[in-house]
Design a protein around this ligand. Structure first.
Ligand code: RP5
Length: 214
């Protein structure tokens, strides 16, 4: 634990957003990072409204100990690209659905970067904000065995829960009903399919007969 505990004293991820209004969405990134004990620096910087401060923040990010940048913005979302232009840290972009175009504008602005200035673009909105954090954790885990183990344990949790639940299911009435429903649906489907096929055959057969007759 010492290795990771030491690293966790300093934020390793920068979570940047274009406006204070993006905060509720981008807090999803901070929350996921916090679940894994990874510190983050959360700031508001705008590619359009405070370009100089944005560039300075990006240039100094690495020397402050940051290793990954997550940038969320909506509309003409140039924030992630601007940060990638001023820092060699990996930048993960989260397009936000804040304009009347519903995030499609931000998605295109974030994802379509020219070669050599990459922004790893995630999905729009909360899913993107959460996955940006998960991706940042995977990047950090390349150099952090403790974090890598935590990610591995977390990845196995649904399977363990599933195995436990599956172990309980066979004797439970719900699983019986579920099985019966599925099987019933399968039979119904087969019966419908068989019926259609039979109807098709029977509708063809007379024609063949008629042709034969003719
Ligand atoms: C973008 O414009 C921000 O990232 C935000 O999503 C959007 C609206 O910003 P505000 O007008 O609410 O400050 O730059």
């Amino acid at each position: 634990m010492a290795e990771s505990e030491h690293k966790e004293r300093l934020p390793r991820v920068g979570v940047v957003m274009g406006s204070e209004s993006d905060r509720p969405m981008m807090e999803e990134s901070a929350r996921v990072l916090g679940e894994f004990g990874v510190g983050c620096e959360v700031v508001v910087r705008s590619a359009h409204r405070s370009p100089e401060a944005t560039a300075r923040w990006a240039r100094e990010a690495r020397s402050r100990g940051l290793r990954v940048i997550i940038a969320g913005a909506g509309g003409a979302a140039h924030l992630a690209g601007a940060l990638a232009a001023h820092s060699r840290l990996p930048v993960l972009g989260v397009p936000l659905a804040t304009s009347p175009l519903g995030g499609f504008d931000a998605l295109l602005a974030t994802v379509q970067m020219p070669p050599g200035v990459p922004v790893g673009t995630l999905g729009v909105g909360a899913w993107g904000a959460k996955n940006a954090a998960h991706l940042a954790l995977r990047i950090l885990a390349l150099e952090d065995r403790v974090l890598a183990r935590r990610l591995e344990q977390r990845a196995l949790e649904p399977a363990r829960r599933g195995a436990g639940a599956a172990g309980a299911r066979p004797s439970g009435p719900r699983s019986g009903r579920f099985r019966a429903t599925r099987e019933g649906a399968g039979r119904a489907g087969a019966s419908r399919g068989g019926g259609s096929l039979a109807r098709l055959r029977s509708s063809r057969a007379p024609r063949r007969t008629r042709r034969g007759d003719g």
